[in-house]
Design a protein around this ligand. Structure first.
Ligand SMILES: Nc1ncnc2c1ncn2[C@@H]1O[C@H](COP(=O)(O)OP(=O)(O)O)[C@@H](O)[C@H]1O
Ligand SMILES: Cc1ncc(COP(=O)(O)OP(=O)(O)O)c(N)n1
Length: 267
């Protein structure tokens, strides 16, 4: 039996809805063996981020070395990388281990408003990580920071995708979760745009949608799927996870990571 292996390099969300926890749940439901390298520990719940503890660079390096040198990695995703030295270390390790299929989720701000990327780190993300990325998955506020554009329409999203593509990733997915109307995302390969669209579900339980979506892309790339197939499955996964809400917590609750697997069992 061949098992596909995915590594998440990200922060821990004690509430379990975003970060490493969301990524590992998503990998498991999609049948991929999940591994993690923690960059930070957050004390977090559905009401917000209460504290952040960045881990020492050596601890981050050693986690990546440990899994890459022994178990092997078919795809990797990065999430919360809050400081310049962390971004530099992670980029160096990904190159050193020659890890294929890099998904960069350029996490900047949590739904409750907490800053997960320090302001001087934005440039490091662009210069060190985006050129290595197979795909980068900004939401609208992140795409605005990366491009300096104001994004209000689908045409603006396409313009942003072009500018981000110029930083070096092979593909760009601009997520439209923050736009009004249907939930619409755009995949750009440098030449053509592809649109993935679903109904928008009215719910406050959307904590960790971005992490879950990018983790699903990572899992599918780890299996050797095309980018088109990976984004299609990720869109299906996150739509099920938002639609079949768990109703946990008093604030922005987590999505339902089981929902996609259950929907497939019914078919
Ligand atoms: N209310 C919603 N209903 C359906 N899909 C949504 C909703 N909110 C976000 N999505 C989808 O979830 C995914 C993550 O998008 P987004 O919420 O913009 O990311 P982030 O968590 O990084 O802000 C995208 O595919 C987006 O279209
Ligand atoms: C530890 C950690 N990493 C990332 C996030 C942000 O996750 P995201 O999927 O963008 O979801 P929201 O926080 O915006 O709901 C996080 N909160 N914590």
């Amino acid at each position: 039996m061949t098992v596909s292996r995915a590594l998440t390099i990200a922060g821990s969300d004690s509430g379990g809805g975003a970060g490493i926890q969301a990524d590992l749940k998503t990998f498991t439901v999609l049948g991929v063996y999940g591994m993690s390298a923690l960059t930070a520990i957050t004390a977090q719940n559905t009401l917000g981020v209460h504290s952040i503890y960045n881990l020492p660079l050596q601890a981050i390096e050693e986690q990546i070395d440990a899994v890459a040198s022994d178990i092997g990695v078919d795809a990797v995703k990065t999430g919360m990388l809050s400081q310049v030295p962390i971004i530099e270390t992670v980029a160096r390790k990904i190159k050193e281990h020659n890890i294929p299929n890099l998904v960069v989720d350029p996490v900047m701000v949590a739904k409750g408003g907490a800053k997960l990327l320090e302001s001087d780190s934005q440039h490091a993300l662009i210069t060190h990580l985006l050129p290595l990325a197979t795909v980068v998955t900004p939401n609208l506020p992140e795409a605005e920071v990366l491009t300096g554009l104001s994004i209000r329409t689908v045409e603006d999203m396409k313009e942003a995708a072009k500018k981000i593509h110029a930083f070096g990733p092979r593909y760009v997915v601009v997520k439209g979760g923050h736009l009004e109307g249907d939930a619409l995302d755009i995949l750009f390969d440098g030449e053509t745009f592809e649109i993935f669209v679903t109904d928008r579900y009215e719910t406050r339980h959307t904590h960790g949608t971005g992490c879950t979506f990018s983790a699903a892309i990572t899992a599918e790339l780890a299996k050797g799927r095309s980018i088109h197939a990976a984004v299609e499955t990720a869109k299906d996964f996150i739509t099920c996870a938002i639609r079949d809400t768990l109703g946990l917590g008093q604030g922005h609750g987590p999505t339902n990571h089981w929902a996609y697997g259950k929907s497939k069992q019914r078919v």
